[in-house]
Ligand binder design. Structure first.
Ligand code: HEC
Length: 234
């Protein structure tokens, strides 16, 4: 019975939230059991390796949320622009140090964002956002070490594509039919030249990531080196 009431309350809350875009109130706070679990999770996240906002978190928002028709500067659905640190922390209920109490994070884990019809964030992306909030939602930049001497598929390429590209390129319906969520899919565009053409903004290719800043020089070099070395599954 209690569960049912909670479920109704939750649904009403979501509907109300969706219509009103109210900022989280204390009434939304999770019950004590959940909050204990949250505390343990927040504490563990706070001690984990620091997430780099600029290098790891911003690209997720830029590629998954700051898209045309959603939360880019031109569309700003529901007044929300998710294209820069200031916009992300100002525009949405982020509670530094408590991801589970942050509306933005709740919207992601309850499946409301990105909305139906758009690729979901990957588990890794969700955990990255959770850790970033639990670590204080800081505007850390120039913190992601990038080393052009590392250019394996698992050590570099899949990480870069996972952060900047898979949100639009998963499965056969991925942008342009390009699937960057599997090695086989990446290998195809690596070998036919489209991957390097797109990320270097070469003439004749669609510049990628679409609607977001170009990858860093270091990331582009890592991709180029991996392709030049044969695009192995290494
Ligand atoms: C916001 C969505 C979005 C993001 C993010 C995105 N793409 Fe795309 N991409 C598309 C769409 C849509 C197409 C097909 C239409 C086109 O070519 O413009 C496409 C096409 C491509 C193509 C084919 C280009 C060609 O000219 O043949 C490649 C390769 C590609 N993307 C790679 C990437 C890579 C690599 C990244 C990340 C660095 C990325 N994309 C990020 C939406 C996206």
């Amino acid at each position: 019975m209690k569960k049912k009431i909670l479920a109704i309350a939750a649904i009403t809350g979501v509907v109300f939230y969706a219509c009103q875009r109210q900022v989280s109130s204390p009434a939304d706070a999770p019950d004590s059991v959940t909050s204990q679990a949250n505390t343990a999770e927040s504490a563990a996240d706070a001690k984990a390796a620091q997430v780099c906002f600029e290098g790891e978190v911003l690209p997720i928002f830029q590629s998954s949320c700051a898209k045309s028709g959603c939360h880019d500067a031109a569309s700003h659905k529901e007044g929300l622009v998710l294209d820069s640190y200031n916009h992300i922390v100002r525009g949405e209920g982020i509670v530094p140090g408590n991801a589970r109490a942050s509306e933005l994070f709740q919207q992601i884990i309850n499946g409301k964002m990105p909305p139906a019809g758009n690729p979901k964030l990957t588990n890794t992306q969700v955990v990255t956002i959770r850790k970033w909030i639990n670590q204080g939602a800081k505007n850390t930049s120039n913190c992601l070490t990038c080393d052009t001497s590392i250019y394996t598929y698992t050590g570099a390429v899949s990480v870069i594509l996972g952060g900047h590209c898979v949100s639009c390129h998963t499965g056969i319906n991925g942008g342009g039919g390009v699937d960057l969520s599997t090695y086989t899919g990446v290998r195809t565009v690596a070998l036919n030249g489209r991957l390097v053409g797109a990320v270097t903004h070469a003439a004749g290719y669609s510049p990628m990531p679409q609607g977001a800043p170009m990858l860093s020089d270091c990331n582009i070099t890592q991709i180029e080196k991996w392709v030049a070395a044969g695009a192995a599954n290494n």
